[in-house]
Design a protein around this ligand. Structure first.
Ligand code: PLP
Length: 629
């Protein structure tokens, strides 16, 4: 448990069961319901679904929607707060239809709404957020079509709020709503002085991309008033960045927004909502700290700071408590899905060992290295051993380039070098003090496990911004892991790797994993991929979307679940078509070429048919490696 920290980052949804397998507790309110990952793996294999696979736990998604809404409702009640909570889910965090449908359904009792930040998202939200009591919040830059679509929503009786991100959008909105004679609901996004923290710090401050300055907020409100539309200004919005690690940033921003809300109120603009945006973080590394990958607060604390922060300022200013909107996406979706990849090979830094028995006329570099190797057990200064070995290895590669030694000698020198390093490493693993340079040996000697997936498709933030995602084997976690490894994917790109892990609560470059066996599959889970990772990935090297299984728990049976749906990942044909190829024409061309070879007698007719079929089968197949069952 300590090694992988499953329950620290698991958010109550992932735990290690008594049999050493990771168990999913899909509903926090029914903690006796557990799904053993070993059974999920078995079912995926039984259904012949090829790995890598995305597993979605829809119950987790529902549970997160309920927890968020219940937390706000509880604190609002406890604080005698007179406004309501009207949360929305920003679909950009995961736009998958099944995810949005599930959130809308689970949120229906709370009038939980949706947020869109682009025209395509708005079109989806208009079709899926049909509850007249829930909000539809529209952020992002807008054109005339966007605004017309928003007004269509108003025509359909929905509470669509157009949030103005830049000043010039206001005049466009006023013009179009007057032309169409449809009254909009308007929100203004404030450019905040309160700074967020972490990776998305750029969402606030003077250089923020979105939002109105204080002068623009005042001017905007007065402009609406001058147009006879002051009463349509209903919402004040802010968002200081996603994954806020420190609660203090949230407190400051709530305080600042409450001041602006109160001032606008006193200027005669009776706003009804304050929208605190997203930012509610996830504890990816389980440290409960202000690390970029963590958060130093709980859901309850976050909610309390929003509710009490607003109440305090409003009471001081003598203005009504506004309804509260939040746009949490990451916190709702991160836990509900994970990627299961299979380890398909091991890349060792030393390659394979050569026979290093002494021969005649050896070069002195090889002799030196062998002598160092032979005297290891008598030595007591292993830092010196390491320095000598490293120097001779470097000299050997220069000597090879200068034609002083041959390939065989270089190979032997390298074999001895790696054996020496392993010895030195083993020594320092037992030592009380490890010099700084020796601490890197762990990484230098670690294997790379080759995993059947693409970082660019399934864990893009880990490549793009160094985001930490928890990785762990799914089964047998009670057995001591034996091998320190980093992970590499199957793309032809050296950036396609994962080498940031939290092990025993410490950030490192390697993860201890089981030894690979020829007769046993080794599956690894990349967790908390439900937010952003699920949808932001790219088809680098033409690796497409993953096969997906949707897992639901069965209510009357605490140990059981069923795979409700299998969604096939992208086929080769589909990725090629996206790149403007014509797969059926390609298949025909290949067939014609094969037929020609058959006519020339270079391929036998039966063999020709087999090759033609094989090409077509691969076109219709999965883009990832096919492994033996
Ligand atoms: N609202 C806005 C305006 C955003 O830009 C974002 C994401 O950055 C979100 C909500 C979602 O934030 P989070 O995923 O941190 O909840």
């Amino acid at each position: 448990e300590r090694t992988y920290g499953v329950s620290s980052w698991g958010g109550g949804y992932f735990k290690i069961g008594e049999n050493g397998n990771i168990h999913v507790v899909p509903d926090q309110n029914k903690s006796d319901t557990k799904i053993d990952f070993a059974s999920v793996l078995k079912e995926i294999n039984d259904e012949n679904v090829q790995f890598p696979v995305v597993v979605r736990f829809h119950d987790v998604l529902r549970s997160q929607v309920v927890s968020l809404n219940e937390a706000f409702n509880d604190v609002i009640k406890e604080a005698n707060y007179t406004g309501r909570y009207n949360g929305v889910y920003p679909i950009k965090v995961n736009q998958m239809r099944e995810v949005v449908e599930e959130i809308v359904d689970a949120g229906a009792p709370y009038d939980f709404g949706l947020e869109a930040g682009s025209k395509p998202e708005l079109l989806a939200v208009l079709a899926y957020n049909t509850n007249a009591n829930s909000l539809t919040i529209l952020n992002g830059y807008k054109d005339e079509e966007f605004i017309k679509l928003a007004l269509l929503g108003r025509k359909l009786g929905r509470k669509v709020v157009v949030v103005i991100e830049k000043f010039s959008e206001l005049a466009m909105l006023v013009k179009i709503s007057k032309e169409l004679d449809i009254e909009p609901i308007i929100g203004l996004r404030s450019k905040m002085r309160s700074k967020g923290q972490g990776r998305w710090v750029g969402s606030s401050g003077d250089r923020a991309k979105f939002g109105l300055t204080i002068s623009e907020l005042i001017k905007g409100a007065r402009y609406l008033e001058s147009q006879g539309m002051g009463h349509t200004l209903k919402l004040l919005h802010f968002h200081i960045g996603s994954q806020l690690p420190d609660i203090r940033a949230i407190k400051d921003a709530v305080n600042e927004s409450a001041r602006i809300y109160a001032e606008l109120h006193k200027l005669g603009f009776k706003l009804e909502y304050v929208d605190v945006g997203g930012g509610l973080g996830i504890d990816y590394d389980g440290s409960q700290s202000t690390n970029d990958s963590s958060r130093n607060y709980s859901l309850r604390e976050y909610v309390a700071d929003v509710v009490y922060g607003l109440r305090e300022m409003c009471d001081l200013e003598g203005v009504p408590h506004p309804n509260i909107v939040s746009e949490s996406g990451r916190a709702i979706t991160a836990h509900h899905s994970c990627v299961i990849t299979e380890v398909v090979g091991e890349i060792k830094p030393e390659g394979v060992d050569l026979d290093t028995v002494a021969t005649e006329n050896e070069h002195v570099l090889l002799k030196n290295m062998r002598y160092l190797h032979e005297s290891l057990s008598e030595n007591d200064n292993y830092q010196e051993v390491f320095n000598d070995a490293s120097r001779w290895k470097e000299q050997a590669s220069q000597a090879f380039s200068l034609r002083v030694i041959g390939m065989e000698e270089l190979g032997k020198i390298e074999t001895l070098y790696w054996q020496i390093l392993r010895f030195v490493h083993a020594y320092y693993q037992q030592a009380d003090f490890v010099p700084e340079e020796m601490q890197d040996l762990d990484y230098a000697l670690s294997s790379q496990y080759l995993c059947n997936f693409s970082v660019f498709q399934s864990a893009v933030d880990s490549w793009a911004i160094g985001q930490l995602l928890p990785v762990a084997p799914l089964t047998n976690l009670h057995k001591a892991p034996v091998k320190n490894c980093s992970l590499v994917d199957i793309t032809c790109d050296s950036d396609g790797k994962i080498d940031r892990f939290v092990v025993d609560h410490v950030l490192g470059k390697v993860l201890p994993l089981p030894e690979l066996k020829t007769d046993e599959k080794c599956y690894l889970g990349i967790f908390l991929t439900g937010a952003y990772q699920d949808v932001m990935g790219d088809m680098h090297n033409l690796f497409g979307r993953l096969n997906e299984v949707h897992v639901f728990s069965l209510e009357d049976d605490p140990e059981k679940f069923y795979i409700e749906e299998v969604i096939k990942g992208t086929t080769v044909e589909q990725v090629l078509s996206i790149m403007q190829y014509h797969p059926s024409a390609m298949a025909l061309d290949v067939k014609k070429t094969i037929d020609k070879e058959v006519a020339l007698g270079k391929i036998k007719p039966r063999e020709g048919v087999k090759w033609t079929d094989f090409y077509e089968e691969c076109l219709g197949g999965y883009t990832y490696l096919r492994t033996e069952k």
